[in-house]
Write a protein that binds this ligand. Sequence first.
Ligand code: MLT
Length: 265
Amino acid sequence: MPTTTVNNVAFHYQERGRGVPIVLLHGFPLDSRMWDAQVESLSDRYRVITPDLRGFGGSLPPAPFTVASFADDVHALLKQIGALPCLLGGFSMGGYISLAFARKYPSDLLGLALIDTRSEGDTSAGKENRAKMIRLVDENGTKGVVEEMFPRMLADFTITQRPDVVRRLREIMESQHPQTVKHALVALRDREDYSGDLPSLRVPALIIVGEQDAITPPVLAEGMGKAIRNPTLAVIPRAGHMAPMEQPEEVTLALRRFAEQLAVR
Ligand code: MLT
């Protein structure tokens, strides 16, 4: 896995293939391994780049960050490796970062894919829940947060039929550094509401959501779809929040079709 130092962090990222850059940002508390299936498949025609965000995966050590500073990190990394402009896709927390990127660096985007995510900031109940999760990390480390989140992350189909996906997801989540998990909970709690940016997005947008996503449900995806000009919406059957891992072929196909449309514009 290549490493490059930008903004004082040695960033680990996966990179495979040649062509138009497709950059995929992971969620919380995850890392680039959540995109393994998409890297494998889309790299036949595209240059697929999946960074470990600051403090996650191999991009240690932990250090405080915000959703906006994550967008700056990603931009600096992509600039350094010559991967701009790009098609940027963000899953959940990665989606918040993609919206922050679109606000600050619109001319470096070819298209935006918002995957199992939302544009709103945390509600006051959501902010209280972040405080509870920080206490869980203090008491039980990363595992405390994983136990709290896990029951809401997967569709019934995945839980009953795909023990390999259940195991892999738990492994990726539990491996994240507890200090990073705490920094992320603060960053997620304090993030801005990007809903007001949606009507003025000037690049094509794809919205993907698992049909049974209990964390960022389809109704939120539909809401973003109404605010954005001419989006494409893909609802993924038999998938929950972790649609890219639960139904990788369907998610990859939606991304591939979107990338192909961009190429003919
Ligand atoms: C994620 O999957 O990235 C998180 O659930 C996002 C969040 O907690 O807001």
